[in-house]
Design a protein around this ligand. Structure first.
Ligand code: FES
Length: 174
């Protein structure tokens, strides 16, 4: 699998890693298939609606980390409206492309930003028209939410989706 220099750069030296205390909005999304999880924190100026700061924590593959890094760079200093125009395709393009099987990693980044903005709009009672009808496909928790009461004795133990950092290297598909 071929990764661009940009992907490698943002994977090796990701920007905006961390958390924001008392964040204006937090978005967490996951992908059930690969088990990767991304959390984005936004600090938004209530007057100007500008994203002053953004941080992320991603436990996932190299492309997910590179996508988080690039996406956070792309929304920092932008208004909410401008940030919502940052699509996964824009993130992937800014990274000089992702392999087709890794495009879903950039989708997580777009979704995490949207989820954080939805959280912000709920917490501050602000209507963001672009988010009307947006459903975040946050499926990493489903086996917690829906599995109760079923007989799992025939199933193998599923890995739990705790916050355990993955150690996948780019170039090693998983
Ligand atoms: Fe699933 Fe990258 S986020 S493999």
């Amino acid at each position: 699998m071929q990764y661009s220099d940009k992907v490698m750069e943002h994977f090796m030296n990701p920007k905006n890693v961390g958390e924001i205390e008392n964040a204006s909005g937090i978005g967490e999304v996951g992908n059930a298939k690969c088990g990767d999880i991304m959390r984005i924190y936004l600090d938004i100026d209530p007057e100007t609606q500008v994203i002053n700061d953004v941080k992320f924590k991603t436990f996932g593959c190299g492309s997910a980390i590179a996508s988080s890094s690039m996406a956070t760079e792309m929304v920092k200093g932008k208004t909410i409206h401008e940030a919502l125009a940052v699509t996964n395709k824009a993130v992937a393009e800014a990274l000089d492309g992702l392999p087709p099987v890794k495009m879903h990693c950039s989708v997580l980044a777009e979704q995490a930003i949207k989820a954080a903005l939805i959280d912000y709009s709920k917490k501050h009672n602000i209507h963001i028209p672009e988010l009307d009808g947006v459903v975040i496909d946050d499926d990493h928790d489903h086996h917690h939410d829906h599995d109760h009461g079923h007989d799992h004795s025939h199933e193998k133990a599923l890995p739990t989706d705790k916050w355990v950092p993955h150690t996948h290297e780019p170039g090693v598909p998983h």
